[in-house]
Design a protein around this ligand. Sequence first.
Ligand SMILES: Nc1ncnc2c1ncn2[C@@H]1O[C@H](COP(=O)(O)OP(=O)(O)O)[C@@H](O)[C@H]1O
Ligand SMILES: [Mg+2]
Length: 255
Amino acid sequence: MTTTIALAGKGGTGKTSIAALLIRCLVERGARNILAIDADPASNLHLALGLPLGQTIGDIREETLQEAQGGSLPTGVARRDWLDYAVRMAVEEGDKVDLLAMGRPEGPGCYCAVNHMLRQIVDALSRSYDYVVIDNEAGMEHLSRRTTRDVDVLLLVSDPTMRGVLAAGQMARLAGKLHIRVGRIYLLLNRASGPLPEPLQQAIAETGLELLETIPLDPVLAEFDSTGRPIAELPDTSVAYQTVRTVTDRLLNGR
Ligand SMILES: Nc1ncnc2c1ncn2[C@@H]1O[C@H](COP(=O)(O)OP(=O)(O)O)[C@@H](O)[C@H]1O
Ligand SMILES: [Mg+2]
């Protein structure tokens, strides 16, 4: 059975950094078969994981549509096999984790067969992994449109700002309306140090979300990012890493 963990939240709150650390901690806890899905069109999870970026699903879709227009593409079952192969080739195989980047989403009004097949292929591929970690862009676009998979844990990441917390609350409500099943939903407060201002505490309470953990501001993480080193390779002394380890253990125990 696959456990799917998705991260969502306002832009710049730390989703990608936390996703990379979470993947590392899952590996450290013995998980061997992990697929990381970069669902941000800006594709940057690979940098946080220290992996190269291969072809994206968006690239495959564009190429396929172009070839279809040129008439050089097989049809029917052969087309599906061809797409299946293309997706498998697009998976970046790391030592500890495989990575698939979604790339740009389809243009408006593209409900084409290719897109449908790609979605099915990515979902089937995901089911062959024990863990799937989905790093989303600011919204929940990917979850609402681009997958048919259920999500076991939705981590809503916020910085210690009113806008971040309100966005997380909105996304939690949206999650309830998606056509996919979303299991447990938690709030993670990132880059927070010291006591939270009263109005912010109030806003958190009003979201009705369980605050799973508060991840402190970590100068070492910031330093890694500014020098382009993979966040997944933070030293064991990093407070962000240590806190995400606690988060991982709580998630694993709650399964
Ligand atoms: N706990 C933290 N301490 C210090 N800096 C952080 C922390 N978490 C994230 N950052 C920084 O915040 C910025 C946004 O992080 P990122 O993970 O890219 O967010 P998102 O994926 O939500 O857009 C990056 O520059 C990152 O280095
Ligand atoms: Mg990101």
